[in-house]
Design a protein around this ligand. Structure first.
Ligand code: CS2
Length: 500
């Protein structure tokens, strides 16, 4: 039988196979010994997740499955909502929501089947179902992984009211297209239907992600006609909590080779497979409007203050990831593991953490920041993961301000020269300007601001830094006007630019 797999990166290939496909009816065909998550017959939906991509399936869905098992309950099943494409619907519906997580480390590979996703809904095709799920009193939690760009913020961090998609959602389009639009329309329905309290947990790499979502919901309500917006926001303020959370697990895009290996390990085909490293971490602010799954019993940390954990993760791990992605891609390395094996790049990564980021951090009680820095480089060096530099390089205009520019700002204010953080930003500028590596191979600029960035990058090499610093969506006036930062960027760009 011939099956077309469409990979997350958009390439389609024909894979010939005879095995049946993973589903509840084929569980008895799975290779004995493969762990299969328990799904009680009376399992029901208690969580709505907006943005059911690979990261959610490898992270929160796994924590949730284990939390249900630890408590012996089945009422925290997940309704996963796809944001744009119906790819995940096609992957998971024929599989009754079941999928494998293929864990890769230098010690080998293992697979498990996760059963916590009970329902997958396309937000564009079934907007009413999304709305009624968010309103369902049996649902106590809405989680989100919609990526940095999915929040649609303006340069000041507020809801971007000039964005046509935001405008359409405010005008009460029957099918909202933004994550915040979908959330608010669901909340409005919930207020009217039952008013049951709800916890909304952002799981994206943003500073203070809970406060961000809350503020965006407030902005959305404020932009609605008064008769609609005011009572809604009054209710949200009293009945909905928005804890911040820090999430961590490296989840590269799944490839056809991964699916082929999973097929051999599982004995059945899995179109919904995700790949991950063994490590996973979740730190959640202890601010719940209603009961939540027992995530704390299966490794999640509940704390009154997520901020120091979040800063550690964004400024050490994600910042270094971006440095390696841009410098590595420019040097011709396809994966993060290859980039970090280059001594010069590994040295730059270590210096970015130790010299630039570390002095800006407050250490959480239960973390040793020296071990943490070492473990970041070890995790990046995992040769089995094949995390592509171009995947991490995506959406730089959205990621840089969150993971690098806070460090730059703090160090400049302290009178220091954040050389390595500036090198990462310079590498991004060169990546955007050249769109090819040192050997001339093309590099994709995949970014919501791609056109704007290309326009800024065009022109004589000598003015590249100036022109890029003028992109106000990325650089605020303080950074744009800093002579120290400008000089560091100019040095970095000169070092990296291949003369055109
Ligand atoms: C990466 C992250 O793609 C990226 O920008 O830095 O997705 C990273 O793999 C995760 O945050 C790890 O938790």
């Amino acid at each position: 039988m011939a099956v077309i797999y469409t990979s997350g990166q958009g390439d389609a290939r024909t894979v010939s196979t005879d095995e049946p496909r993973l589903a509840t009816s084929t569980l008895d065909r799975i290779t004995p010994g493969v762990p299969v998550g328990t799904r009680p017959p009376d399992a029901t939906v208690g969580i709505v997740h907006l943005g059911i991509g690979a990261f959610h399936r490898a992270h929160q869905a796994v924590f949730t499955e284990e939390a249900m098992a630890a408590e012996g309950v089945g009422h925290w099943g997940i309704c996963g909502v796809t944001q744009r494409s119906r790819g995940v619907v096609d992957q998971l519906i024929p599989q009754d929501g079941l999928y494998g997580v293929l864990e890769r480390s230098d010690r080998g590979v293992s697979i498990r089947v996760v059963g916590s996703v009970l329902e997958v809904v396309s937000a564009t095709e079934q907007p009413e179902l999304v709305r009624s799920r968010i309103a369902d009193p049996a649902v106590g939690v809405v989680t989100l992984t919609v990526t940095e760009k999915g929040y649609r913020r303006d340069p000041a961090g507020s809801l971007d009211l000039r964005d046509p998609a935001v405008q359409a959602d405010l005008a009460d389009a029957p099918a909202p297209v933004t994550a915040i639009g979908r959330l608010v329309r669901g909340l409005a329905h919930r207020r009217v239907e039952n008013g049951a309290p709800l916890t909304v947990v952002s799981c994206d790499n943003l500073v203070a992600n809970g406060a961000v979502v809350r503020a965006l919901v407030a902005d959305f309500c404020a932009a609605l006609p008064g008769a609609e917006g005011e009572p809604l926001w009054d209710w949200v303020r009293s009945s909905v909590s928005f804890p911040s959370s820090m999430v961590d697990r490296i989840v590269p895009a799944t490839t056809d080779d991964d699916r082929e290996q999973a097929r051999r390990l599982l004995g059945v085909r899995d179109h919904g497979l995700v790949v991950a490293e063994p490590f996973r971490q979740w730190v959640i602010e202890n601010d719940f409007a209603a009961p939540v799954p027992a995530w704390h019993r299966v490794g999640a940390t509940l704390t009154a203050d997520v901020a120091p954990y979040e800063a550690v993760k964004l400024r050490l791990l994600n910042a270094t990831h971006s440095l390696l992605a841009y410098t590595g891609a420019l040097a011709g390395y396809a994966t993060i593991a290859e980039a970090v094996r280059d001594e010069t790049l590994a040295g730059a990564a270590a210096s970015l953490m130790a010299e630039d980021a570390l002095p800006t951090l407050r250490c959480p009680d239960d973390l040793d920041l020296h071990d943490y820095q070492r473990s970041v480089l070890e995790r990046f060096a995992n040769p089995a993961l094949r995390h592509r530099t171009t995947q991490v390089a995506m959406d730089g205009s959205m990621k840089l301000p969150v993971r690098l520019l806070g460090t730059v700002r703090d160090r400049l204010r302290a009178g220091a020269e954040p050389r390595w953080a500036a090198l990462a930003v310079a590498a991004w500028m060169v990546y955007v300007a050249q769109e090819r590596d040192a050997a001339g191979h093309p590099l994709p600029v995949d970014d919501p601001l791609a056109d704007r960035l290309r326009l800024a990058a065009a022109g004589p090499d000598g003015g590249l830094v100036e022109r890029m610093l003028d992109v106000e969506e990325v650089f605020d006036p303080e950074l744009r006007d800093s002579t120290v930062f400008r000089a560091l960027l100019t040095d970095g760009v000169e070092e990296l630019l291949v003369t055109r």
